[in-house]
Design a protein around this ligand. Structure first.
Ligand SMILES: C[S@@+](CC[C@H](N)C(=O)[O-])C[C@H]1O[C@@H](n2cnc3c(N)ncnc32)[C@H](O)[C@@H]1O
Length: 220
């Protein structure tokens, strides 16, 4: 039986602002609990208001590791004013810019999970460029353009330890609508074609891949 969150954790996930449906959240949780057995941190790219972070944080708590979550908190392209996924409540009235950091902090506080999470506030490629330790899980749910999805893959997938998992969200083999691109799908294909990852589950648009081959050493 895959690991499932307790009712209070599931309720905190479902109460948080965000886009992830419950079936995908349950698949992410099961993958995170399994990956936690490696004793390495679990990292997500794309915090938004902390919906998926709640699940990673609870899995990290159980494993005695830390969940890391990366976001500049200014929103993705499709979340900006005028776009379909925009939520006016995420705009900071002083700057007029999106700022999802306060909502994220409230989500974690309400769930009682603050001490299990380190929030890395900044651009994913900039943080990845200075990151140098292995991870048990990388969950890619950041920017959905080819530029951002590829940068997230290139920056973070090499840090997934052997036996660890790479989870990719919003993988749509067919275009869903005019707002939902297929960059995550192309990155998912790239991961499989690398020969380094093997698919272990498919739930909605969530794909869980296990690293079955160590990263090749960087060329000198
Ligand atoms: C789809 S949302 C994440 C949803 C979240 N995982 C959840 O379950 O609710 C994507 C997030 O990625 C962030 N993002 C997009 N491009 C980014 C980048 N290059 N660096 C850091 N964060 C980025 C956005 O600010 C946005 O909050």
């Amino acid at each position: 039986m895959p690991a499932a969150p307790k009712p209070d954790i599931l309720a905190a996930f479902e109460a948080a602002k965000g886009f992830m449906p419950t079936d995908e959240g349950l698949a992410l949780y099961a993958a995170a609990v399994e990956a936690g057995r490696l004793g390495l941190p679990l990292l997500e790219v794309g915090t938004y208001c902390g919906r998926s972070t709640v699940l990673l944080a609870d899995a990290a708590r159980q494993a005695g590791v830390t969940a890391l979550t990366v976001d500049h908190h200014r929103g993705s392209e499709e979340q900006q004013p005028g776009w379909d996924y925009h939520d006016p409540e995420t705009v900071d009235p002083e700057t007029g810019l999106m700022d999802t950091l306060p909502a994220f902090r409230r989500t974690l506080h309400r769930a009682g999970l603050e001490e299990h999470v380190v929030a890395l506030v900044g651009r994913s490629p900039q943080i990845a460029a200075i990151w140098n330790s292995p991870l048990g899980l990388v969950f890619v749910d950041g920017g959905h353009t080819d530029e951002h999805a590829n940068a997230d893959y290139e920056g973070w997938a090499p840090h997934v330890a052997e036996g660890g998992v790479l989870v990719i969200h919003d993988v749509f083999p067919e275009p869903l609508d005019e707002f939902t691109g297929q960059a995550p799908y192309r990155v998912y294909l790239r991961a499989l074609e690398s020969g380094d990852f093997t698919e272990i589950s498919v739930t909605g648009s969530l794909r869980v891949l296990r690293r079955t081959r160590a990263t090749a050493p960087a060329p000198r």
